[in-house]
Design a binder for this molecule. Structure first.
Ligand code: HEC
Length: 142
């Protein structure tokens, strides 16, 4: 009698533990994007943008610490009036705004002088943000 109850309890505990493990594994995989895949997406930006230690402005400004960075704020880069206006208003590149911008740069922000068609796939944008999110404002990795 007691043995049967213990068996049942053991099975219950094991099942519960497996459920918790399964959920944790699923959660560990799902957040945002995959930085390694994002590095590959960033190749589309590299003609114009640099990121990492010692990154310089190219055709576009360097992108260190871009998520959470104030718009149009890189010293010495000649921004369009559009980005200068956003800077004056104190607007910030949050992950959501950056994703909406990258989906369709000129559609989202008319007047911006970035010649890039956009990244229609959400997975590309999430992976790219995971990649860019690794860099601190000084270009070191988090
Ligand atoms: C053909 C060149 C070109 C390509 C390709 C390009 N950009 Fe840009 N990008 C620019 C220019 C130029 C600006 C400045 C726009 C302005 O001043 O209106 C800019 C601005 C930006 C800004 C705003 C930066 C700030 O300091 O406010 C972000 C963010 C950005 N680009 C991200 C990207 C990402 C990510 C990609 C790749 C998916 C990309 N760009 C592809 C030229 C480019």
């Amino acid at each position: 009698m007691i043995t049967a109850w213990k068996d049942a309890m053991n099975r219950f505990v094991t099942t519960a533990a497996l459920l918790v493990l399964g959920t944790t594994a699923a959660l560990a995989q799902s957040p945002a994007g995959d930085a390694e895949k994002g590095a590959n997406v960033f190749k589309k930006c590299m003609a114009c943008h640099a990121v990492g230690e010692g990154a310089k402005n190219k055709v576009g400004p360097e992108l260190n610490g871009i998520i959470g960075r104030k718009m149009g704020s890189v010293e010495g880069f000649a921004y369009s009036d559009t980005l200068k206006e956003h800077n004056a208003k104190g607007d910030v590149w949050t992950a959501e705004v950056l994703s909406a911008y990258l989906e369709n740069p000129k559609g989202y922000m008319p007047g911006v002088k970035m010649v890039f068609a956009g990244l229609p796939k959400e997975s590309d944008r999430l992976n790219l943000e995971a990649y860019l999110g690794q860099f601190n404002a000084d270009g070191t990795k988090k």
